[in-house]
Design a binder for this molecule. Structure first.
Ligand code: MG
Ligand code: MG
Length: 255
């Protein structure tokens, strides 16, 4: 069941969202050749703890509990990468995804960053992935149902010659990180059955994942990291977005 949020609740979610945005800004500033993904994760954890926020990813249940406060995925890794000793290199494409709960309300956001200059395919992926998220937010102003937004997102990716990851989708968010509804970045018969209205009070984590090659992905032996089957690069962009009486409002933003 979809729970719509009151305006005061959305204001509280904005506080959580702002802290998540700060965490991604911190990551952006740290990203350079030689830094490890574990160092970035540790800095985000310190930021959350300093602000009395509860990290949402650490301990997240799976075959093994997720061991870090951020998912950090590099190049062909799509999502759910485990931070550790891996050193970032010039030309890498790094995705940082994190979330926290502050005063009982959640925020969730992810961004993809180049490490220095990246090749033309990665550069184009970065552009198309970010455009895709912004297109979705823009479409929320006029569309009545999510399937209409998903259609625009899917078309944008296909027009660019890339593919949409289908195994992972966005989600409703509120007191819990993962609430109803599921928010796919493509249209399917399942979405037609579980389509939902765009209306004030709806709060969604919208998170397109775009692959340079095939849409197919697989999980690594660590039980978490998802990589593309063809090992071509992938990008991930996510914002927590509230629909208000004045239109869509990005909560995971600094200002
Ligand atoms: Mg996320
Ligand atoms: Mg999410």
């Amino acid at each position: 069941m979809i729970s719509l949020k009151r305006p005061q609740e959305i204001e509280l979610m904005r506080e959580a969202g702002r802290l998540v945005a700060k965490a991604l800004e911190l990551a952006r500033k740290m990203i350079e050749p030689g830094i490890t993904t574990g160092e970035i994760d540790a800095a985000i954890e310190r930021l959350f703890l300093k602000n009395q926020a509860v990290p949402l990813f650490k301990g997240y249940p799976g075959k093994v509990p997720f061991p870090a406060v951020a998912c950090i995925s590099v190049n062909e890794q799509v999502v759910h990468g485990i931070p550790g000793d891996r050193k970032l290199k010039l030309g890498d494409l790094v995705k940082v995804d994190t979330g926290c709960r502050l005063n009982g309300w959640c925020g969730d956001s992810a961004w993809s960053f180049p490490v220095g200059e990246v090749d033309a395919v990665k550069q184009r992926l970065l552009e198309v992935g970010e455009q895709n998220l912004h297109a979705a937010i823009h479409e929320l102003k006029s569309q009545k149902r999510w399937s209409d937004v998903a259609q625009v997102m899917e078309s944008l990716v296909h027009k660019a010659g890339f593919s949409v990851v289908e195994q992972f989708v966005g989600h409703g968010i509120g007191r819990e990180m993962h609430e109803d509804p599921q928010v796919p970045n493509f249209v399917s018969s399942q979405l037609r059955r579980h389509d939902f209205r765009i209306e004030p009070g709806l709060v969604l984590a919208i998170e397109p994942m775009v692959n340079a090659g095939s849409k197919r992905v697989r999980v690594l032996k660590d039980h978490w990291t998802i990589e593309t089957e063809d090992r071509k690069p992938s990008v991930h962009f996510e914002h927590t977005v509230a629909i208000t009486a004045d239109g869509p409002c990005v909560l995971t933003r600094l200002d």
